[in-house]
Design a protein around this ligand. Structure first.
Ligand code: SIN
Length: 337
């Protein structure tokens, strides 16, 4: 850990910033192209001198990657480093810089495995740091403001972007390039933050962080779980291939209410009989995938993802499979988290 407190009064809260890369740390390489994960944690903090009025910030570079390269190994390392920082009594909360592409998955993973009530805020940017009107500096300022807010604790892991505060469980990236890419389609925002002024809207939905059974011990190795995207004319090829390749769980990004074509359904039923957990989620981007509507989940041994989108359903299924393979017990996790 790099201890590098900014020259801020000792009375200010202490925030530990863990950097992982992403476009927020990106720089142009010529023309319109840019490379993510170019700037260090210290450089990101130094670019926003106003942070010195909010907090004493220590920094740590956990990774230097674009978030399309984020994986289970980095998640576990990030969780361990974040937990270590939060376990220090002098630390008020953590801010994690991250690429926006997979930020929702990392946020949800941390939401389930961190043993803390302290604020944890992920932040990214859609424009690289060298862009005209880069959004990273304001996002970072707002993230620290949210993390030091006296009412931030106990809300689980949060994401700040574009003046909005999202719950890890709710947020989804919905647009390839626009600043307003993040949405919380089902239960809405955790709050708003306008140049550091924070407005909270409500408590976190469902169990999280210190209240999560997965936070009792550091997460171990996670089993392979694949996501398969449903479509008109879907067959069984990819489901069969994933099972043959050793997947222990499958998340189907189903059409509509998590539906899939008859031959894919048959392949899913056979996968369950072979010991693979099969979760039905939806490719629609919102709503609840309910049990036993058009698909007889109870007969097939399927699990309904409820409100979790496919990428978050995968996170919960991986953690769940470290405990149980029983479809009923796995379904209970999707009703709890
Ligand atoms: C990434 O996710 O690392 C690239 C895109 C971004 O951060 O906005």
């Amino acid at each position: 850990m790099m201890l590098n407190p900014m020259s801020s009064p000792a009375s200010l809260p202490r925030i530990h910033l863990l950097a992982t890369g992403g476009t927020i740390a990106g720089a142009h390489t010529g023309g319109r192209s840019y490379a993510a994960a170019t700037l260090t944690a210290e450089a990101l903090v130094a670019a926003v001198p106003q942070l010195a009025g909010l907090a004493r910030i220590t920094t740590e570079q956990v990774a230097g990657i674009a978030s399309q390269d984020m994986d289970e190994q980095v998640w576990r390392q990030l969780a361990a480093r974040t937990q270590a920082a939060l376990d220090e009594p002098a630390v008020t909360g953590a801010v994690i810089t991250h690429g926006t592409d997979t930020m929702e998955e990392t946020a949800y993973f941390l939401n389930l495995v961190l043993r803390t009530a302290k604020p944890v805020v992920l932040v990214g940017a859609m424009r690289p740091a060298t862009a005209i009107s880069a959004d990273g500096p304001m996002n970072l300022y707002n993230a620290v403001a949210a993390a030091v807010h006296p009412a931030a604790a106990g809300r689980g892991v949060l994401v700040v972007a574009n003046d909005e505060i999202h719950f890890a469980r709710e947020i989804a990236k919905t647009n390839t390039t626009q600043l307003a890419t993040f949405r919380s389609p089902n239960r809405g925002l955790a709050g708003l933050v306008n140049t550091g002024r924070v407005h909270w809207f409500g408590p976190a939905p469902r169990r999280h962080t210190a209240g999560s059974e997965f936070a009792a011990a550091p997460p171990g190795a996670l089993p392979p779980v694949e996501i398969i995207h449903a479509h008109a004319g879907m067959g069984r090829t990819l489901i069969d291939a994933a099972v043959r390749a050793g997947a222990q769980g499958l998340v189907i990004a189903g059409v509509g209410n998590g539906n899939l074509a008859a031959s894919a359904l048959a392949a899913g039923r056979e996968a369950v009989r072979a010991g693979v957990a099969v979760v039905r989620s939806s490719r629609t981007g919102g709503g609840v995938v309910e049990r036993d509507i058009e698909v007889d989940d109870s007969a097939a041994g399927f699990i309904a993802a409820e409100e979790l989108n496919p990428q978050k359903a995968r996170v919960l299924l991986m953690l769940g499979l470290t405990r149980t393979r029983d479809p009923a017990a796995l379904q209970a996790l999707f009703t709890t988290y």
